[in-house]
Design a protein around this ligand. Structure first.
Ligand SMILES: NC(=O)c1ccc[n+]([C@@H]2O[C@H](COP(=O)([O-])OP(=O)(O)OC[C@H]3O[C@@H](n4cnc5c(N)ncnc54)[C@H](O)[C@@H]3O)[C@@H](O)[C@H]2O)c1
Length: 285
């Protein structure tokens, strides 16, 4: 259902790869809410992925860019302003990738060249994006910039690996740049910390199915879906949240503030029972 929350606004959505992508859902919702948008992804993703199908469906243009390349990003802003007919009101950074995770390198055996890439793609690209936009004066007053994060920035999750460090940096960039851009041009910058979501990037995380299930059981409201994340992004792009900036906003059904749920405790106890012998003696635990 549309409430025309983004009527008359122009936006750029980075990171829609396929129908599962969170950015895909955000792009669909943004257009439904009255926005005009452009899409951006790497040249390879544009060639191999389904971005063009989304662009056809939403009647919008795709501008290829490697988000670690400043010249590419500047081109996205210039072309988007041209195509959309004016300065930009909102941006979604939905970009993440860790070569260490892909190559199954563990956190105590990281390849440092790969770590550089993880940080560049998943976090520093956010700085490059904002700095490029600011230098080109590409964003309207009261504009809104969002990147997607994960609670592993604050707490340790087995298997999330160097992406945890990338997310911590990403959230820090939102605070540091949010201060500068807010003070100078009333542009707000936030991160949304999303529940585990079954997407191409999500599936790369070791034990994702179990993590998804665990978070779902622990969260009083259950995991937030990609569609629900899109709804939250729309509110954050809209004029209803003009004084929210420099925040990491948890969108996780309450997961981040739960210590132990009754359901999880019961499951844990059942698991312990499996390690008792026939006399009830704990044999391992
Ligand atoms: N899926 C989850 O469980 C989850 C949870 C919390 C946060 N997030 C974050 O949400 C964001 C979107 O991920 P998703 O889950 O929708 O998966 P996804 O795989 O659909 O999206 C990741 C995107 O990053 C793009 N990308 C990779 N390298 C790039 C580069 N150099 N330049 C430009 N784009 C590049 C990919 O092409 C892809 O479109 C990521 O930042 C991810 O960390 C995901």
């Amino acid at each position: 259902m549309s409430n025309n929350l983004l009527k008359g606004k122009r936006g750029i959505i980075f990171g829609a790869l396929n129908e599962k992508s969170i950015a895909w859902k955000v792009a669909e919702r943004a257009v439904e809410e009255g926005a005009k948008i452009t899409l951006s992804n790497t040249p390879v993703a544009v060639r191999m992925g389904a971005v063009k199908a989304l662009a056809n469906k939403l009647n919008c243009e795709v501008v290829s860019a490697d988000a670690t390349n400043v010249a590419d990003l500047e081109n996205v802003f210039r072309k988007s302003i041209d195509v959309l007919g004016g300065k930009i009101d909102f941006i979604l950074h939905a970009i993440g990738m860790s070569p260490n995770v892909r190559r199954r390198k563990t956190y105590d055996d990281l390849d440092y060249n790969m770590l550089d890439k993880t940080l560049d793609i998943s976090a520093i690209s956010f700085h490059k994006m904002i700095q490029s936009a600011k230098k080109l004066d590409a964003i309207n007053k009261n504009g809104s910039i969002i990147a997607l994060s994960y609670v592993a920035a604050q707490r340790t999750f087995y298997g999330y690996n160097d992406m945890a460090d990338a997310k911590a940096l990403l959230e820090s960039i939102a605070r540091s740049f949010g201060y500068i851009y807010g003070r100078e041009s009333s542009v707000r910058i936030n991160t949304i910390s999303q529940s585990p979501t079954i997407t191409t990037a999500g599936e790369g995380v070791k034990g994702m199915d179990k993590l998804y299930d665990f978070a779902n059981r622990m969260s009083p409201l259950g995991n937030a879906s990609a569609e629900e994340c899109a709804d939250y992004c729309i509110v954050m792009f809209s004029d209803l949240t003009r004084k929210v900036t420099m925040q990491n906003l948890f969108h996780d059904g309450g997961f981040s503030n739960v210590g132990m749920s009754l359901r999880a405790m019961a499951t844990y106890e059942r698991g312990l029972d499996e390690y008792r012998d026939e006399n009830g003696k704990i044999i391992y635990g």
